[in-house]
Design a protein around this ligand. Structure first.
Ligand code: DGT
Ligand code: CA
Ligand code: CA
Ligand code: ZN
Length: 572
């Protein structure tokens, strides 16, 4: 959607103005406009068409003008001028976790830092430490941030890649002569981050498809282009480019190519060994016995001819999928409710009723509304009195919206000493309690582990929210003793969350598998802050499948009566 691109562009304009030291008022007008666009529930182009941009609070005359230029020309002159007036490397410096535009401005004006390399030189020379507003502690933080960027370099979060792949897929699918288009590679396997996107297309005339593909409007560069293959670049809304490879294949070998290019490489190596043991040869063109092609049109034929069950793409990592019996993996349609979401009462953008209706449209039979608790003040956390009133509002909404049960829940902070953010008497009035760590994530292993276990031991806590605390490409996980955690979760009857939020995917795949083996229950939910984000659930399902999860492992696949019984059992 164009909204997200505009938000990014306006935020960048505000950052660049701030780096340049422009006046507050101007900077804030772009920040406010970015937030206003982000909050829109419809496409900004539709608003512009009705000539209603200026009626939105936060969008003024000059920001509306920039929006219209962006819609018409795909660029904003001010943005281009700002970019040209500063070193190109500054945006990269801005992306270091913990470095805001103010500090970046100081580094640029005082020390001439225009890139990460410049910054490292300045740090090594001891110059940054002496700068006012910095000091040894913040230099250590910056260095940590640079290390983090280097480790996650070039990989795009799955949720971002999904959206890009889907828009390209539907465009290619609409080209003349195209039979089908399927994403392969790490995207099809549901890996949490993607190196690049691999699209496979079945069509007779490769050249025509490749030519049209290379000229799509979202293409920002062409790396390579042949008669059946092209590599192009698309700008990621997270900054930087992501590469997309398209391969055009004939019908006879489409299935074999899909198998090959889905990977993983490790899975393919093992599969080829199995083929050789059976006296066959497997490659991207097909499965052969001698010179004779015995499978190639459909991927499933290849596994069948090798005497194997069809292996779901999410399991193809050579983690035992070719030796062990496969579980019946959870599917999106198994989910009966979403148990983590925010409304306008804290930092969400829709009302309780709107969230409930949107959940009903997705076929759910229950949801839990879970605002932030009082210590999360910046996220609009509720005071004790607020929460009491909010519970009443949830009960009222539950009565109003039919055919779906709205549970009164909370996302309760686990404080730095392991205590919960509300007294037990108040938690007892709720149907569903998520306990999450949002502060002091840098504590040592013993402390963050003990904090989480202390929360599990509370009889009202049903699930630990985003247990590792990581943010993809932004923040590392906490240093936790996972074995101890899963043991405690199983023993206390506390579920572990699989947050489907595209920035989190937390628990991650290997921890999900370890949790299930330890006897834990999971809860896959979205942490939605608006109705659209309820659709992120798919990312959590894919992640859980990579952790070999079945429907039975996941509490929100259960009928409400069974879920309630499970909650009551812990309270006894
Ligand atoms: P990525 O892009 O780093 O997230 O990971 P993938 O798995 O998408 O890797 P990519 O894009 O390099 O290649 C797509 C698939 O093609 C890969 O999963 C398996 C297959 N493939 C690529 N190169 C090789 C290779 O040298 N040997 C084998 N057996 N398979 C390969
Ligand atoms: Ca790939
Ligand atoms: Ca690739
Ligand atoms: Zn939340």
């Amino acid at each position: 959607m164009v909204n997200a691109e505009l938000v990014k562009r306006f935020e960048q304009i505000a950052d660049l103005l701030e780096i340049k030291g422009e006046d507050r008022f101007r900077i804030n007008s772009y920040r406010r406009a970015a937030r206003a666009i982000d909050d829109l529930t419809e496409d900004v182009a539709a608003l512009a068409e009705r000539d209603e941009l200026e009626t939105v609070p936060g969008i003024g005359k000059s920001t509306a003008e920039r929006i219209r230029q962006f819609l018409a020309e795909g660029r904003i002159t001010l943005h281009e001028e700002l970019m040209a007036s500063l070193p190109a490397g500054l945006l990269k410096v801005m992306s270091i976790p913990g470095l805001g535009p103010k500090k970046v401005g100081a580094l640029y004006h005082e020390l001439g830092v225009g890139s990460i390399e410049d910054l490292q030189v300045a740090i090594a020379a001891g110059k940054v430490e002496q700068l006012s507003g910095f000091g040894a502690k913040s230099v250590a933080k910056i260095q940590e941030g640079i290390g983090f960027l280097a480790r996650s370099a070039g990989r795009t979060p799955l949720g971002v890649g999904y959206a890009i792949a889907e828009s390209l897929r539907s465009r290619v699918a609409a080209l003349p002569g195209v039979k089908r288009v399927i994403p392969a590679g790490s995207l099809r396997r549901g890996r949490e981050t993607l190196g690049d996107i691999d699209l496979l297309c079945e069509a007779a005339d490769g050249q025509a498809v490749i030519d049209a593909f290379s000229k799509l409007p979202e293409v920002s560069g062409v790396r390579a282009s042949g008669d059946t293959k092209a590599s192009i670049l698309v700008a990621s809304p997270e900054g930087g480019d992501i590469q997309v490879d398209l391969r055009v294949l004939p019908a006879e070998s489409f299935g074999a190519a899909l198998q090959y290019f889905t990977g993983s490489k490790e899975h393919n190596v093992r599969l080829r060994e199995i083929a050789i043991k059976k006296g066959c040869k497997l490659n991207e063109y097909g499965l052969f016995k001698g010179e004779k092609l015995i499978a190639g049109k459909e991927e499933a034929e290849i596994y069948a001819k090798l005497g194997l069950p069809f292996i779901p793409p999410e399991l193809r990592e050579d983690r035992g999928e070719l030796e062990r019996e496969l579980p019946k993996l959870i599917e999106l349609t198994d989910i009966r409710g979403d148990l983590h979401m925010h409304t306008t009462a804290s930092d969400g953008r829709n009302s309780i009723e709107e969230m409930a209706k949107a959940a009903k449209e997705r076929g759910y039979s229950y949801i839990a509304v879970t605002e932030h608790s009082r210590s999360s003040a910046i996220a609009g956390g509720l005071s004790i009195e607020d929460l009491k009133r909010h519970i009443k509002r949830i009960r009222a909404a539950d009565g109003k919206v039919e055919e779906i049960t709205v549970l009164a829940g909370i996302e309760c902070d686990i404080l730095s000493d392991g205590a919960l953010d509300y007294p037990d008497e108040l938690l007892a009035q709720l149907d569903w309690v998520i306990a999450s760590i949002h502060a002091a994530q840098g504590q040592d292993r013993a402390r963050v582990t003990a904090r989480t276990i202390a929360a599990m031991e509370n009889p009202y806590v049903n699930v630990i929210g985003h247990p590792s605390g990581r943010l993809l490409g932004r923040r590392d996980a906490m240093d936790l003793d996972w074995e101890a955690l899963f043991k405690a979760a199983a023993k206390t009857g506390t579920a572990m969350e699989v947050s489907a939020s595209w920035q989190r995917l937390d628990l991650k795949d290997v921890h999900i598998r370890q949790a299930i083996e330890a006897g834990c229950r999971l809860c896959i939910d979205t942490d939605a802050h608006d109705t659209n984000q309820l659709d992120q659930l798919m990312l959590g399902i894919v992640t859980a499948r990579r952790g070999w999860a079945t429907a039975e492992d996941v509490v929100n696949t259960w009928p409400l009566a069974k879920l309630k019984k499970w909650i009551a059992a812990k309270r006894k």
